[in-house]
Each structure stands twice: as C-alpha cells, then as structure tokens.
Ligand binder design. Structure first.
Ligand code: NAD
Ligand code: IPM
Ligand code: MN
Length: 363
C-alpha cells in the first residue's frame, strides 16, 4: 500500500488548561511519529483553543456549535480542563462532561497497572499484583447533573443532588464489563455501596447479579466501596477487571494511580462502543495548577492514552510498543520528570519516547 492509501484518523485536539497543553503536545508528538512511521495509517490533527482562557474571553468553554464541530472527528484527544479563575463546575460541565455525555461515551476505561520500573508505595507487593482494568460508568449515576437548589441564600436553603441509575445505563456498562472480563479470561469485581445507598446501589447490585447469570464462565465478586478501597491497598491482586459507578470510579482510579506510579502515569479512554460518536482519550489527571507552566508535568499518562487510542483504531502492535516504551523510559531512569524522581523536562520525556518509537518503526 502506498502512502496515499493510508487510513487517516482525524483527531480533534483540545489541550485545555494548566499542564494540559504541555502534556498534550507530547501526546501529539508521539502520534505524529506513529503517523510518519506507518504506510498503513496516519493522523490528522485539528486544534481547538477551548478551555478556561477561552471562557474568560468569550463566556463559553467551547463554541456554541462545538459538539457539531467535534462530531466529524474519529476521536478527541484532551489534555486537562480547569483553572483557578473559573469555577470548576462550570469549566468541567461545559466542556469535559458535555463531551462525555453528549457523545454517549458511557465506558471509561482506566488501566491501573504497575508498569516495569514504576514506583509503588505499597510494601510486599509484586509488580504483577497490580494489574486492574477499571470500567467506570461514565454517563449517569452520581454525575447525572440532576438536582435542585431551593431557597438559595436563605436560612432554609436546601440542596439536592440526585444519583440517576437507569436500568439501561447499568445494564450496558455491566454487560460491557462482563464481555471484557470474558474476552480477557479474567475475573470481574463489582464495586458498589448497597448497604447505605438503598435505592441506587441495591439496584446496581441486583443488575450485576442478573447479568452475571449470562456469564457463568466469569468469576465474580461484589465489594462495598469502603472495603474495596482498603483491599486496593492491602491486597491489590484481588482485582482484575472492575466495574463501578461514575463517582466511585473517579475516586478509586486516583487511588489506583497512587499505587501504580502516580497521577503522571494514569491514563483513560472515554469510549462510545457503538462508534456512533467520537471517543475521547485523556490522562486522568487534572490541570495541576500547582506545577503548570514549568515543563515539569509528566507526559507519560498522555502517552499511555495515545496508546489506548492506537488500540481503539486497531493498531495493536503500535499500541503495545508504546507501553513497552513507557516501561523502558521508567526502567532506564534517564528521562523522568520530578514526580518520578528525575529532572527531565516534559518535552524531553516526549522526545525520548519518539526516539524509541522511531527506532522500532522508523523507515
Ligand atoms: P490534579 O490531578 O490536577 O492534581 C493533583 C496532584 O497531582 C497535583 O499535586 C499535581 O501537581 C499532580 N499531578 C497531576 N498530574 C500530573 C502530571 N502529569 N505530572 C506530575 N504531577 C501531576 O487534581 P486537582 O489539583 O484536584 O485539580 C486541578 C484542576 O483540574 C481542577 O480545576 C480540577 O477540577 C481539574 N481536573 C480536571 C480533570 C480533567 O480535565 N480530566 C481531571 C481532574 C481534575
Ligand atoms: C476525571 C476528573 C473528572 C471526573 C472531573 C474533572 C469532572 O476528575 O476525569 O477523573 O470526575 O470525571
Ligand atoms: Mn478524577
């Protein structure tokens, strides 16, 4: 196949705020290298200046027809959103959550895997003991945005935030998790909180039990979220594939990041499995205002989400190579950012990843 027949993936890049632009340029760098090295596929990038600065200038986090614009892309690559001058519930709801919900990216895949060479704060843990895949419900639950604020500012003010758990929403994420566990030949853990959340989580547990009957070959366990957090630290090998609600998945994957090398190494993919809409790939960390603008943010989480994107497009060999490259960088320790004990700049880590990629796939 010659270069003109390459399959081109059109990527919308939203670098966002804080360290977002710093890490995303390394992610784009590696995808460009992948593009240059392949006769089979390539990437074409379109950059959108959306985020908090854009909001301060225009009063909007994205263009009014932003979702319409994004719809034509094959995927979105996002850095991070949030800056001190804009309330978080506005910046996140009007950009990140708008995309996740509007494009029905109801599956959030977050690997919690201790890569070779990554630091782990837990004692008596072998590397292979931390190898989980979190499947977080990403469209409803505690993030449904349903509620009310009554008598605002008055002494009798009342706030209600509803958790919305639909049968459709619970079933589809739980079924996706069972399919994944079956395909990987691994166990599935459901994490919920039915003892206290007497509607939503009782319902979740019931649906998990119902769907489990269709997958007698998949080993399962159900844990309460409090105990699950404890076991993630004390006995992480209990967890293989994990399915949980939106909020629990958010919290537990930051804990997951902490035990597998830190926020600088935690990646996520927001997937619309039906591929009716673009999926979105992003590091799970935020805009980290405390370190922004210094070129010390770790770009490896973003490189890992680039690997998830390659896998999503079916480029398995290249996706796996990126994980190997991250492991080599971690083991060699020559190009690490300060969060991992090094003194390399963000862009130096990205450059090293590109060198290693080109040495594998370059023409
Ligand atoms: P954060 O993830 O931005 O930072 C938490 C800590 O981890 C900070 O000390 C930070 O320096 C460190 N950290 C994060 N990413 C790092 C990296 N790549 N390399 C090295 N260190 C890294 O979380 P926060 O401080 O709670 O939130 C900051 C802002 O980001 C808020 O506005 C929040 O709403 C937003 N946020 C956005 C996203 C997103 O866009 N996906 C995710 C989480 C938080
Ligand atoms: C994440 C983030 C988001 C979430 C916030 C910024 C809305 O913390 O992607 O983990 O809670 O999903
Ligand atoms: Mn989070």
């Amino acid at each position: 196949m010659n270069a003109s027949n390459k399959q081109i993936h059109k990527i919308a890049v939203i670098a966002g705020d804080g360290i977002g632009p710093e890490v995303i340029s390394e992610g784009v760098k590696i995808l460009k290298a992948a593009s240059d090295c392949s006769d089979v596929f390539g990437f074409e990038f379109t950059f959108f200046p959306w985020g908090c600065e854009y909001y301060l200038k225009t009063g909007r986090m994205m263009d009014e027809d932003g979702m319409e614009k994004l719809k034509g892309f094959d995927a979105v690559f996002l850095g991070a959103v949030g800056a001190p001058g804009v309330p978080d519930h506005i910046s996140l709801w009007d950009l990140l959550l708008t995309i996740r919900k509007g494009f029905d990216q109801y599956v959030n895949l977050r690997p919690v895997k201790l890569l070779k060479g990554a630091p782990c704060p837990l004692a008596n843990v072998r590397r292979e003991d931390i190898d989980m895949l979190f499947i977080r419900e990403n469209s409803e639950g505690e993030y449904a945005g349903s509620g009310s604020w009554l008598y605002k500012g008055k002494p009798n003010e009342v706030v209600i935030q509803d958790g919305v758990f639909s049968r459709f929403g619970c079933e589809r994420i739980i079924r996706y998790a069972f399919e994944t566990a079956r395909a990987q030949g691994r166990s599935l853990t459901s994490i919920s909180k039915g003892n206290a959340l007497n509607y939503s989580m009782v319902f979740w547990d019931q649906i998990f039990a119902e769907v489990a009957k269709e997958y007698p070959d998949v080993r399962t366990q159900s844990l309460l979220v409090d105990a699950a957090s404890m076991f993630m630290v004390k006995d992480p090998k209990r967890f293989e594939v994990v399915v949980t609600s939106n909020l629990f998945g958010d919290i537990l994957t930051d804990l997951g990041a902490a035990i597998s090398g830190g926020m600088g190494l935690a990646a996520g993919a927001n997937i619309n499995p039906e591929r009716k809409y673009p999926s979105m790939f992003e590091p799970i960390h935020g805009s980290a205002p405390d370190i922004a603008g210094k070129q010390i943010a770790d770009p490896l989480a973003t490189v890992w989400s680039a690997s998830q994107m390659l896998e999503f497009f079916g480029h398995r060999k290249e996706a796996d190579a990126l994980i190997d490259i991250i492991e080599e960088i971690l083991c060699e320790k020559r190009y690490l950012t300060p969060d991992l004990g090094g003194n390399a700049k963000t862009s130096e880590v990205g450059d090293e990843a590109v060198r290693k990629y080109v040495s594998r796939f370059g023409k």
